[in-house]
Design a protein around this ligand. Structure first.
Ligand code: C2E
Ligand code: CA
Ligand code: CA
Length: 530
């Protein structure tokens, strides 16, 4: 048998587990949500940065491209005629390092040096070309070794004449494409299969470390792309997680405290029930049942009363459902059986005297009830007849009929309580073979009225008689109801008309016909037998 202490420890453990789970869930949820939002923010930031880098380089190349036609008209003209205009143009486009005019594949005029005589193909592979070209290259004349972007515009059909524009990208990448650590570690300008970064210069390979990710965006206007190297939105968000720890911890502790407080009320009531059993606060009351043929009390129904020292009187309609929900109904029924056995001396010691005990279907459905009855009832060898009352309001579908047979074999009577209020099909009646049907008080109440229930009362009576099952009417309050029931063959009656539930110790005085002392709670009038 579960002890009150072990039950209480169980509740405490459950409550602690619930609070820990809430805290853990909050922690995971906070970290999870922060991670997801931070990752998407990082991604947005990287995309915006890449877009901005492409636009910055576009902005530099657009004015250069704008001068294309003007410059190609210079090709073929003597250098001294156009040299000054070229210098002015180069100066007006600040990022332009130099302009060179090419005739028949030979650079013959430079904005910086004036007259020249250099074979272009020896200076820059891939040039001259019949189509405009953008190339990554290294300056070989002015700032030797510095990276430049070369823009080639052909001025003749065969592509042997044209203009070479050198754009200073070293300045551009250091000023505009400054990496933003830790989010962006490198920025790379790619043209064709060549890559330039401030740190590594020009190379024909894009080298990536294992933990690096690359986001590339191509320009819509020029044949270049910008590749941004980052540790990745996910890795960055993960790195950022420890900074979220204080918020997550505060939140989870707060929610754990709230759930501890929220479960306190629920648990404390169940704890009260456990404590109530341990301290024997539950008192057994009994309500007599009358056999109207003999005018004798033929038995009692045991009903629990709880005078909680902290909460006052608590009705069984309140604590029984809580006990059922919290798996306390079996311990409570054991309590009722042991207390009834302890007080058996108050009842007539004859097998004709019935003692009805209410049993919840959850307890009934388990074999545990049979064990409990053997251990706590039969071990005491009582003379009285045990009746187990099983309410029809509960679902009786799962009843194991072997258990019912075993109870019958042991001589226990089975009563179906609140009969008529359940929704089960009548076929189970045949299988369950109850010995007694207790007509619910709502049907007794309907006697003598026009309510539909009064017709149902007649049907229930007819059904019991047809199936040869004993009928007991509950909630008999008026002589008219008693008279009607007797006339229709219901001989066992229970209700306020005869006696309200009374403490077991007062039953002998009631039975002897004396008036029991008035009770503060649920007292009863003196017995009247009709
Ligand atoms: P129940 O088994 O149907 O018990 C009959 C209820 O009707 C009792 O209410 C009783 O006081 C009340 N009653 C008796 N005669 C009259 C009457 O003439 N008029 C009216 N209006 N009521 C009458 P109680 O004691 O408040 O119990 C309510 C319910 O709580 C019980 O209904 C039963 O389902 C449950 N209960 C009580 N004690 C136990 C118990 O030890 N174990 C279990 N599992 N349930 C119990
Ligand atoms: Ca009952
Ligand atoms: Ca009942």
């Amino acid at each position: 048998m579960q002890t009150a202490q072990s039950l209480m420890m169980g509740y405490r453990r459950k409550r602690i587990i619930v609070c820990l789970l809430v805290a853990l869930l909050t922690l995971l949820l906070t970290f999870g949500l922060r991670f997801i939002s931070q990752r998407s923010l990082n991604q947005q930031h990287i995309d915006a940065y890449t877009r901005h880098a492409v636009e910055s380089l576009d902005k530099i190349l657009i004015p250069v491209a704008g001068k294309r036609h003007e410059l190609t008209t210079f090709v073929g003209q003597p250098c001294e005629n156009v040299h000054l205009s070229m210098r002015k143009l180069a100066a007006s486009l600040q990022t332009l390092r130099s302009i060179a005019l090419v005739k028949s594949g030979v650079i013959y005029c430079s904005s910086v040096f004036g007259d020249r005589n250099l074979v272009l193909s020896q200076r820059q592979s891939g040039l001259p070309s019949a189509t405009p070209k953008l190339l990554l290259s290294v300056d070989q004349s002015l700032v030797k070794g510095s990276p430049i972007l070369i823009q080639w515009y052909p001025a003749s059909q065969d592509g042997e004449d044209g203009v070479v524009l050198s754009v200073n990208i070293h300045l551009l990448t250091t000023l505009l494409l400054e990496p933003q650590r830790p989010m962006i570690t490198r920025v790379i300008v790619s043209v064709g299969r060549q890559y330039y970064s401030d740190a590594q210069g020009i190379s024909d390979q894009l080298l990536l470390a294992d933990n690096e990710e690359v986001v590339t965006r191509a320009s819509d206007l020029f044949p270049f792309g910008i590749s941004v190297i980052t540790p990745g939105a996910t890795a960055l968000a993960l790195n950022d997680l420890p900074t979220q720890a204080p918020l997550a911890i505060v939140l989870s502790v707060l929610l754990a405290i709230i759930s501890w407080i929220a479960t306190a009320g629920r648990v404390s009531f169940t704890r009260e029930i456990v404590l109530g059993m341990a301290r024997r606060e539950f008192e057994l009351y009994c309500q007599p049942q009358l056999d109207t043929r003999t005018q004798q009390c033929n038995g009692v129904e045991i009903l629990l009363r709880w005078n909680n020292p902290r909460l006052g009187w608590i009705a069984p309609d309140v604590f029984i459902p809580v006990a059922e929900r919290e798996n306390l109904i079996a311990p409570l029924t054991r309590y009722v059986i042991t207390e009834t056995v302890r007080q058996l001396g108050y009842f007539p010691a004859t097998p004709h005297f019935h003692i009805g005990i209410n049993v919840a279907s959850s307890h009934f459905l388990q074999g545990a009830l049979l064990r409990d009855v053997n251990q706590y009832w039969f071990n005491a060898r009582p003379q009285q007849q045990l009746v187990l009352e099983l309410t029809e309001r509960d679902n009786l579908k799962g009843v194991d009929y072997r258990l019912v047979r075993e109870l019958h074999r042991k001589g226990i009577l089975l009563a179906i309580d609140d009969f008529g209020t359940g929704s089960s099909a009548l076929s189970w009646l045949e299988q369950l073979h109850p010995d007694i049907l207790k007509i619910d008080k709502s049907f007794t109440n309907a006697i003598g009225t026009d309510a539909v229930n009064s017709t149902v009362t007649d049907i229930i009576i007819a059904l019991g008689q047809r199936l040869n099952i004993e009928l007991v009417a509950e909630g008999v309050e008026t002589p008219q109801q008693a008279h009607y029931l007797r006339r229709h063959g219901v001989h066992y009656l229970q209700g306020y008309l005869y006696a309200k539930p009374m403490p077991v110790a007062e039953f002998p005085r009631w039975l002897a016909g004396g008036k029991p002392p008035p009770k503060a709670h649920n007292g009863h009038p003196q017995p009247v037998i009709l």
